[in-house]
Design a protein around this ligand. Structure first.
Ligand code: A2P
Length: 270
């Protein structure tokens, strides 16, 4: 990691904190992304499935920032598998966003959401080949996956040419996925942490609150900092300017003892 950036194995740099837009409806996405840009975010994460790409793209376009100064990620829908299908979905995404290239494009999940766990290896391989082609043609600066387990990534390593540059997974205090982290590190795959606040469920946790007080930060800031300390790239989401601003102010260090305490916490998922 260079200062403020992670570096992919192809040397493309990605700002080490991104603005997540999952669950931000299209009507609210314009204002939310504008607030993020205003507060210094230069990395915006969206997906075709979020149905907000249009206003994410419009907000970026209307803001006084040049295209190459914003890092834009989008994702191939989980149910879209296959070479031609991937090309079509990519074209839909760049047209929605109003851009001519993406910084990062991810396979959203190894299986359609309503068939979680089903084997779509062949479909993923064909989609990956399309993404390799788009990458080689200069349409995408980096390609990766999301919600992939070790075996899903291994199938791409065994059958394709380009090692994914990123794996975006749910990652937060209590949900560390150590084996997957180690595997990704071995293959120089950057791990991006979505839902770094456990979609908000960790914010009222007493242990988190107590530790945040000790550092004079908010629970959200502690949880976001935790991701960085674990070498993962957090993608916090908010539609409130005060929070958007706060979530980016995470320039402090968590001590080794406190880090260990956080690593030992249970998963809060209900
Ligand atoms: P909101 O969008 O209303 O601000 P995650 O990033 O883990 O998915 O968590 C997102 C949830 O956490 C959202 O409900 C968001 O609410 C809330 N949230 C984000 N940042 C903060 C913050 N700094 N303080 C309190 N709640 C926050």
């Amino acid at each position: 990691m260079t200062k403020g950036n992670f570096v992919f194995h192809n040397n493309v740099e990605i700002p080490n904190l991104g603005f997540g837009t999952w669950q931000i409806p299209n009507e609210e996405a314009y204002d939310a992304v504008t607030m993020a840009l205003k507060n210094g975010y230069t990395h915006i994460d969206t997906a075709l499935a979020y149905k907000n790409e249009e206003n994410v793209g419009k907000a970026i376009k209307d803001f006084d920032i040049s295209r190459e100064d914003v890092f834009i990620t989008s994702k191939l829908p989980a149910q879209t598998k296959g070479y031609d299908e991937t090309m079509d979905a990519f074209n839909e995404t760049i047209s929605n966003l109003g851009v001519d290239y993406l910084d990062l494009y991810l396979i959203h999940a190894p299986w359609p959401w309503d068939e979680k766990g089903k084997d779509y290896t062949e479909g993923n391989i064909q989609s990956w080949k399309a993404m390799e082609k788009l990458y080689n043609d200069g349409k995408i600066r980096a390609i990766g996956v999301s919600n992939f387990e070790i075996s899903d990534i291994q199938a791409l390593l065994d059958n394709c040419d380009i090692v994914p540059m990123a794996n975006q997974i749910p990652f937060y205090v209590g949900r560390d996925q150590e084996e997957l982290l180690t595997f990704c590190k071995q293959h120089e795959i950057v791990v991006e942490a979505y839902s770094p606040l456990a979609t908000g469920q960790l914010l009222d946790n007493q242990d988190v609150k107590d530790m945040a007080d000790k550092y004079s930060v908010t629970p959200a800031q502690l949880l976001i900092r935790y991701c960085l300390e674990r070498d993962t790239l957090p993608l916090p989401k908010s539609t409130h300017e005060e929070r958007i601003k706060q979530n980016k102010q995470v320039d402090f260090e968590i001590s080794q003892d406190d880090l260990k305490q956080l690593m030992d916490m249970e998963d809060v998922r209900k």
